[in-house]
Write a protein that binds this ligand. Sequence first.
Ligand code: BV8
Length: 232
Amino acid sequence: MARKIVILTGAGISAESGLGTFRDAQGLWSQHRIEDVATPEGFARDPDLVHRFYSARRIQAAAAQPNAAHHALARLEAEWPGEVVIVTQNVDALHEAAGARQVLHMHGTLAGALCAACGHRWPATPEMTPTTPCPACNRAAARPDVVWFGEIPYFMEEILTHLGEADLFAAIGTSGQVYPAAAFVQEAAAQGAQTVELNLERSEISRAFESRRFGPATEVVPAWVEDLLAGR
Ligand code: BV8
């Protein structure tokens, strides 16, 4: 039975598509404090700032193209004889744009809108504002359908099941600073999965992996996929 591969991706896999990461020098958080733009309290305090932060990213992400790393993971999913599951912390749609099908967005998506009043979800318009009415209840309570700090990530039960069944766990382009994603490597290793980290440089969780491949994602991810498909 071919091995099951579970892959966690972070902002680093989309960096070469031109989308900012969070914690690199000129990262998104350097322009904004996390508390102000990625927490429910920050949204309650200044919904206009938060909507402007996410509208700018939504428009940028919609114009971005998947890179060789996204395409390599889509190729792995198509050609690997076993199951491949991509769990992403990213809110862009570049995995899907590259052709990947089993993608779990644990921190939500820029493409989604959520009504904070009635819970209705609908496709976000590029520019959302605090007065964007909810199509279901008509109240001006629209927010990005993303998971902020202090909120519960999506698909956790399904993700933990996949981690329990993984023969191979890979983390790609994540600094390993945000939980619970940063602890997935421990979950996978605890039940015997092989673990590999693909990153530009060492991360907070590098030492938790059996092996590491350092370099830009557009180089190390296609090489890694090539090796897997060649049985190396
Ligand atoms: C929760 C929103 C309970 C959408 C985001 C104290 C200890 C432990 C935990 C906590 C704590 N205090 C609080 C917590 C919990 C908290 C947390 O982890 N805080 C941290 C700061 C300590 N977590 C939460 O609140 C989470 N919820 O815990 O609920 C619970 C838990 C379990 C089960 C049920 C309930 C919710 C967290 C979600 C927050 N929302 N985003 C958005 O705006 O995008 S987080 C944000 O950071 C993004 O989602 C992003 O994906 C994520 C992680 O960042 P990375 O993807 O890793 O990106 P980063 O910039 O950090 O790193 C980039 C990496 O790429 C680097 O390593 C770099 O070297 C590399 N790279 C760069 N260029 C390249 C590259 N690699 C390859 N090639 C390149 N070219």
